[in-house]
Design a protein around this ligand. Structure first.
Ligand SMILES: [Zn+2]
Length: 416
């Protein structure tokens, strides 16, 4: 909806539910409406912090266009002084810093802080002011980048319970059907008799194999007689002191995974298969047959899904070479202490004999790695030009920066 406004479905939904400019849609109020409208607003509220306003020509009105995360400024002031009515974003940029001195209207401190803490834009008359998705360099929202960003924020949140992150299950090097079983166990969603009784599917939650106690997940997979025999025969029962006593299924699986992962999951799978054969098909699989199947599955997981990595590729040595006669070689590099973080760049010029001509370095402020690389290239080409060089070969270690310099990055790119 943000970056593909010409699509028919976007036009239809925006015409019906949010006939507003994009900024007003991103930071507008949530009007109680239909299920679809509420769902759109819910997704918007989760994602809007990932958008930033990329100033191009600075022609947006500081009052009536939404360009701040606090919403449109006109809503935050009792009235706008007549001298301020036509103020544009470009009127607030004075060289390398924001200047709010010309605003006569009394704007709240929250809005001032929001402006002053934002990056000072470099005005570019050929670009419009747009909201861009700040999570990927191209600036265009994708479902994948949105999902990854939300997941990262969720995992970093201190209010989440310790089991909120399940990505470790899907990263296990085991067959997909076993991953699904592990996920069901971790969510207490395996259809044991205990769960069936809780859901009203049966009146008796007792284990149908031993008839001794309620069939919980831990009873089904570890404590029932036959399961216990299998863990003893596989040697995992005594692999660590807590294996037989731990009660949390997630901690128990993570413990098994940390001991002998392939054997643990092969045993878990065949305990489940043998249990179903008995309870559903009324077929008793002999223990030696179960152990043989576990052994086959163990070999499959061990050898095919977790192969020993091949020897690393041979080292390749590279060295600086003189540019062709008459050319000047420009080597540049940019870097950040974090991303974003304090950024700088440097480089040097050498002639076709390899002789050092001059060096340079600079500080950018708080920015991104890619920005530092691009600034390094731009700045160094300027220096080479002023030095009188007209035939230049520029070397950078950032393929993305070179790609962006060589072609149009698109209107939403945050480095445009
Ligand atoms: Zn039992």
């Amino acid at each position: 909806m943000v970056h593909q406004s010409d699509k028919l479905w976007v036009r239809m939904i925006r015409a019906k539910y949010c006939p507003l400019a994009l900024g007003d849609f991103l930071f507008g109020e949530n009007k109680n409406g239909s299920f679809l409208s509420n769902s759109i607003c819910k997704a918007r509220d989760s994602l809007k912090d990932g958008f930033v306003f990329r100033v191009g020509n600075g022609a947006s009105s500081i009052w009536y266009d939404s360009w701040l995360h606090v919403g449109p400024l006109w809503k935050m002031v009792p009235f706008i002084q007549i001298h301020d009515t036509d103020l544009r974003i470009r009127d607030l940029v004075a060289g390398q810093q924001w200047s709010l001195d010309d605003i006569r209207t009394d704007i709240p401190q929250q809005a001032k802080d929001c402006i002053l803490h934002g990056r000072v834009p470099k005005l570019n008359a050929s670009l419009h002011d747009v909201w861009v998705w700040d999570i990927n360099p191209v600036g265009i929202y994708t479902v994948r980048s949105g999902y990854d960003w939300l997941k990262e924020r969720s995992e970093a949140s201190p209010i989440n319970p310790p089991h909120a992150n399940w990505s470790w299950i899907w990263k296990l090097k085991i067959p997909e059907n076993i991953k699904l079983l592990v996920w069901l166990i971790a969510h207490d969603s395996v259809l044991t008799n205990g769960l069936r009784a809780r859901r009203g599917l049966t009146t008796n939650g007792t284990c149908s194999r031993c008839c001794r106690e309620e069939e919980t997940v831990m009873h089904c997979f570890r404590d029932c007689g036959e399961a216990r025999n299998i863990w003893h025969l596989s040697g995992l029962w005594s692999c660590c002191s807590d294996f037989a006593s731990i009660t949390d299924p997630v901690l128990w699986i993570r413990m098994g995974n940390s001991q002998n992962s392939a054997l643990f999951f092969a045993s878990l799978w065949w305990i489940w298969r043998a249990k179903n054969a008995m309870c559903i098909d009324h077929l008793k699989i002999p223990i030696p047959t179960v152990m043989n199947s576990i052994n086959n599955l163990y070999s499959l997981i061990k050898n095919e899904l977790n192969p020993v990595p091949a020897a690393s590729s041979p080292q390749r040595w590279v060295k600086w070479e003189n540019p062709p006669a008459g050319f000047i070689a420009v080597n540049v590099d940019g870097s950040c202490f974090d991303n974003p973080g304090p950024a700088g760049f440097g480089g040097l010029l050498r002639d076709d004999l390899g002789k050092w001509l001059l060096g340079f370095s600079g500080h950018i402020g708080i920015s991104y790695n890619l920005h530092a690389e691009i600034e390094a290239i731009r700045n160094r080409l300027e220096v080479a030009w002023n030095y009188g060089a007209r035939r230049v070969i520029c070397y950078s270690d950032s393929l993305e920066a070179l790609r962006l310099v060589g072609k149009d990055p698109g209107v939403y790119h945050r480095m445009a």
